[in-house]
Design a protein around this ligand. Structure first.
Ligand SMILES: *Cc1c(COP(=O)(O)O)cnc(C)c1O
Length: 356
């Protein structure tokens, strides 16, 4: 009903980025799963990823996977977040590949899969130092024995996560160690090691440099395909397009104002005490978009010379003095989001998503 703020998603760019990343992966025998959680499991995005050669679609949320299934996305689907026991009935029925780290969860999934008359495939997450989810390497045997007893759960392989909680980077060393843990686990489970899932966007540099350890044969990639960036590796990926996702907001005020506030300074609406440099009077605009819509720190104005001054719940103020342009209410300003800002916009109930 309300047009702005608007999140524009160009699925053509997403398809071509996916093709470039799947092409790189294919040269090294790595299969690529496209990760849709950054855009709330948007079905058109998933379709573009599959058209771009992704082997399947991975998302952290059952709700997003349900949304995609309802919209006719074929899958297969991988659940990225280790599941809650309370969502396992859905998982057993609907998810093709599940990331797991707890034997209790595996046992419960086995029971539910048997009841549903389905088989579930699991990838065991191993913590290689980032300290989010995953078994310790020395638990491989215990987990393997648990999987061996399962009747409807198949052990597919191991995976690890990097850069997400603690910023630990994937390297030849920790990924080779992951392959070794996988072999131990497969031995204990009495099966083959079909998959070693070696991380996300931040692992791509190893493929580019020809340094991916032998045995790693799967990646789960979202950020690179959606934004063309690698936040953990602090780089723009040179061969990918950066313009698939854009946020637009509408100007509601333009006015010359001093750069230094008038009066005594307390804390702002979020408890922070802001600091201002006096640069005289400058032209600024307000767009009708704030913390309820995006993560303002993750926005870059696309208009040359514009810079973000600050944001509150519903307002974003932008210094436009150096743009050399004049403004009026109703003008539209565009921004490139980083991953956090994209995620916030995609999950905000106030932002209108437009698929191109
Ligand atoms: C989000 C996520 C990914 C994708 O990460 P990107 O940095 O967007 O490529 C991969 N694996 C897991 C477990 C995730 O949660």
């Amino acid at each position: 009903m309300f047009e702005y703020p608007k999140l524009l998603v160009d699925t053509g760019v997403i398809r071509s980025n996916a093709m470039k990343v799947t092409g790189l992966c294919a040269q090294k025998g790595v299969s690529l799963w496209g990760v849709t959680k950054g855009l709330s499991g948007c079905p058109e995005v998933a379709k573009a990823m599959l058209e771009g050669g992704c082997k399947g679609i991975a998302d952290s949320r059952c709700a997003n996977i349900l949304r995609m299934k309802k919209a006719g996305v074929k899958g297969p689907f991988m659940l990225l977040r280790i599941p809650m026991l309370s969502e396992l009935p859905f998982v057993a029925e609907n998810i093709d590949v599940v990331l797991v780290s707890m034997t209790e969860t595996v046992e419960a999934l086995d029971a539910l899969s048997q009841n549903a008359g389905k088989r579930s495939q699991v990838i065991v997450m191993v913590d290689m130092g980032d300290l989010r989810e995953g078994i310790w390497p020395d638990e491989a045997e215990h987990m393997g024995e648990c999987l061996k007893k399962c009747e409807a759960v198949d052990f597919l392989g191991v995976g690890s996560n990097f850069g997400c909680l603690s910023g630990v980077l994937p390297t030849e060393k920790n990924l080779s160690a992951l392959v070794d843990v996988g072999k131990k686990l497969a031995d204990a489970a009495g099966t083959d090691l079909a998959v070693v899932s070696g991380g996300a966007t931040s692992s791509l540099y190893l493929l580019e440099e020809g340094r991916m350890p032998v045995g790693v044969n799967q990646l789960r990639v979202g950020e690179a395909i959606l934004l063309g960036t690698d936040v953990t590796g602090k780089r723009e990926i040179p061969y990918l397009d950066k313009n698939a996702v854009e946020i637009r907001a509408e100007v509601v005020e333009y006015r010359r104002k001093p750069t230094k506030p008038i009066g005594e300074i307390g804390a702002d609406a979020f408890g922070k005490v802001p600091v201002f440099e006096d640069r005289g009077e400058r032209l600024r605009v307000i767009v009708a978009m704030g913390r309820q819509d995006v993560m303002p720190e993750g926005l870059r104005p696309l208009l040359e010379g514009a810079s973000i001054i600050g944001a509150s719940s519903d307002h974003l103020t932008i210094d436009v003095e150096d743009t050399g342009k004049s403004f009026r209410p109703g003008d539209i300003l565009a921004f490139a989001p980083d991953y956090g800002a994209m995620l916030a916009a995609a999950t905000s109930g106030y932002v209108n998503v437009r698929i191109l």
